[in-house]
Design a protein around this ligand. Structure first.
Ligand SMILES: [Cu+2]
Length: 136
C-alpha cells in the first residue's frame, strides 16, 4: 500500500470511509440475514461533524459574569440583595435574592440602584458573590 503521497486529510477520509465497511464486514460474516444497512450512515455522521467542531475558535475561558442591579446592601453582614439575570454557572433563572459577599469590601463601592456584573458561586449551601463590579 503506497500512502506516502496521500495528505493527512485524505488519510482521515479513508479511515472514516473504512470503518463502516469494517463493521458491515463483521456483521455479514456473522450468519445474520439482517446486515442493518441503516448503521452505515449513522457511523459516517460523526466524521462529517468533526471538522465544524474543530473550526470553531478556542475562545479564552472568561469567567461567566451575571448581570444584576443592587437592591439592598448590608455592609455589616456583608450581604447584598441583587435583582439578577440568568446565572449560567448556577443554572438559576432571573430573580431577586440575597447574596453573601466573599469579602465585605466588595460591597464598599456599591450603592443601591447600581447596575453590576458579578460572579456568583454556591458554597456550603450559601450563594456567595466572589466578584462584583459596576456595569456601564
Ligand atoms: Cu437567584
Amino acid at each position: 500500500m503506497t500512502t506516502s503521497h496521500l495528505t493527512v486529510k485524505q488519510l482521515l477520509i479513508a479511515a472514516a470511509c473504512t470503518l463502516p465497511w469494517a463493521a458491515m464486514a463483521q456483521a455479514t460474516s456473522d450468519h445474520s440475514h439482517h446486515p442493518a444497512p441503516a448503521s452505515a450512515p449513522a457511523s459516517v455522521a460523526p466524521a462529517a461533524f468533526a471538522p465544524a467542531a474543530l473550526a470553531s475558535p478556542a475562545t479564552a475561558p472568561a469567567p461567566e459574569l451575571a448581570e444584576g442591579e443592587v437592591r439592598r446592601i448590608d455592609q455589616e453582614t456583608g450581604k447584598v440583595t441583587l435583582r439578577h439575570g440568568p446565572i449560567k454557572n448556577l443554572d438559576m433563572p432571573p430573580m431577586t435574592m440575597v447574596f453573601t459577599a466573599s469579602d465585605p469590601a466588595l460591597l464598599a463601592p456599591l450603592k443601591v440602584g447600581d447596575k453590576v456584573r458579578f460572579q456568583a458561586v454556591q458554597e456550603a449551601g450559601k450563594y456567595m458573590v466572589t466578584d462584583i463590579q459596576p456595569r456601564p
